[in-house]
Design a protein around this ligand. Structure first.
Ligand code: F0G
Length: 457
């Protein structure tokens, strides 16, 4: 007998309290925060869906692994364990541990970036884009056209537009030091990339002599989608699919705060000896000695264990299903969301839900603030607040206005998610009354983290 209900493949061994708040308390918190949800104290948030990054629950075995941490400055066995766990899935020659993903990006781009250079991706994540632009290089998004339509169904909506990539590499010969593929495509809705598309991307890169890098934060979720959706991949071991994805690339950056199930961590891995040497020199300058990078030995141990747990099929079946559970309920309630439902998050389409709010009055921000006010749920605007400010200082609407409800790994139960669904329904029912915002102050870069807002009308 196959049952319909997919249960969490774990039981809860340790709990943390949620502080219940009412609307009045939340309105006051919003005012103090300048209507920027990044400025809230987390104790004022009931269900925190701001990110799936570093917010997951570690397993019993990960906590036990912490005790094995060897904190030697050089040559720690914890590093060897970490490196073999990484290479078991991503057999790259050199593995450089960093304190998180953006540190790996910073090191790599400070070596290969610079003015006049361009680095294409399906869609760059915001820190990736910012680290590229900080060096004076250009970050270019070349995702397939289907990705720009939130309601359009496509099994691999994170795919690279390989024809556009081919044309781009031909036009910018000599100025592209690497091509990136983000798996899953976070900024494009948590959508997967197919093995077939990775292969084609690799072929285009080979043709132009440009190395291919993976931004692989959510590699296991991507591999699960491949197993579920790509012809010929059914029944395959996920770890095997991951190794095949890695075999198509020359290197990777990683935030271990996502699929490696850590609360902190990352790495840069690559095959090129000379580039690795240059990056290692930067690693020592900015992170630490190459056998710990930006991490403690105990973190390396926890990540090595997390990498084993994340490719477990029961875990991934539950993980992908629980995100879809939220997305499908919202769809049934008539709330527009990016389709198909992504791996780590559900993305509400704020442009469709709030058509009366113009892009530069930030419909995504208006919706995110309303969800917090109504139910203490913290999501994240991914739209014109995040992407609207251009490197030349002008402002222009982003291609999508989304609110991401990211699901931390192994953290919330189904009744938490049922509550989120109920709050979303209540807010959607009065969407036409929601007003836009203006930005009253903003930092020079990555403005979404620090901007303050004022409600309009
Ligand atoms: N690349 C992608 C695709 C990401 O989603 C992130 C982080 C990074 C790189 C940077 O990694 O945070 O460890 O420095 N994404 C988080 C998020 C913050 O909420 O999506 P990091």
């Amino acid at each position: 007998m196959e049952y319909r209900t997919i249960i969490e493949p774990f039981r809860i061994q340790s709990v943390a309290p949620l502080r219940m708040t009412d609307e009045g308390q939340r309105r006051a918190a919003l005012e103090r925060a300048g209507y920027n949800l990044f400025n809230l104290r987390s104790v004022d948030v009931m269900i925190d869906l701001l990110t799936d990054s570093g917010t997951g629950a570690m397993s019993r075995d990960q906590w036990a692994a912490l005790q094995h941490g060897d904190e030697s400055y050089a040559g720690s066995p914890s590093f060897e364990l970490f490196r073999s766990a990484v290479q078991e899935l991503f057999p790259f020659q050199h593995v450089l541990p960093t304190h998180q993903g953006r540190a790996a990006e910073k090191i790599l781009f400070s070596v290969i970036g610079g003015p006049g250079k361009a680095i294409p991706s399906n869609t760059h994540f915001d820190t990736t884009r910012a680290n590229i632009e900080y060096t004076g290089a250009e970050a270019v998004d070349l995702v397939i056209a289907e990705a720009h339509d939130p309601a359009r169904l496509h099994p691999f909506k994170g795919n690279m537009d390989t024809a556009a990539l081919d044309a781009f590499l031909a036009a910018r010969q000599g100025s592209v030091p690497a091509v990136f593929v983000t798996i899953t495509n976070n900024s494009g809705g948590g959508q997967p990339v197919s093995l077939d598309n990775l292969r084609q991307t690799r072929d285009v890169c080979r043709k132009h002599g440009v190395p291919l890098f993976l931004d692989a934060c959510r590699f296991a979720e991507n591999a699960w989608f491949i197993r579920e959706r790509e012809p010929g991949q059914q029944g395959r071991d996920v770890a095997d699919i991951v190794r095949e994805m890695a075999s198509l690339a020359d290197g990777m950056t990683m935030s271990a705060k996502k699929d490696p199930l850590g609360n902190i961590g990352g790495w840069l891995a690559l095959n090129d000896d000379e580039l690795a040497e240059q990056c290692r020199a930067m690693l020592i300058l900015t992170e630490g000695f190459p056998t710990y990078g930006g991490l403690a030995g105990r973190d390396l141990e926890a990540l090595a264990q997390g990498l084993k747990e994340v490719v477990d099929h029961d875990y991934l079946r539950y993980r992908i299903r629980s995100t879809a559970y939220l997305g499908e309920a919202l769809l049934r309630a008539g709330i527009p969301v990016v389709q198909p439902i992504g791996g780590h998050a559900v993305y509400l389409d704020a442009r469709a839900l709030l058509p009366h709010v113009p892009p530069l009055q930030y419909p995504g921000q208006a919706l995110a603030v309303a969800l917090y006010e109504a139910g203490g749920i913290r999501g994240c605007e991914i739209g014109s607040v995040m992407f609207g400010r251009q490197p030349d200082g002008t402002e222009k609407p982003a291609s999508l206005e989304l609110v991401r409800l990211a699901v931390p790994r192994r953290t919330y139960t189904q009744s938490h998610v049922d509550y989120v669904i109920e709050v979303c329904e209540a807010v959607a029912a009065r969407a036409s009354a929601l007003k836009g915002y203006r930005i009253s102050s903003e930092p020079p870069r990555l403005r979404h983290f620090g901007a303050r807002f004022e409600p309009l009308g």
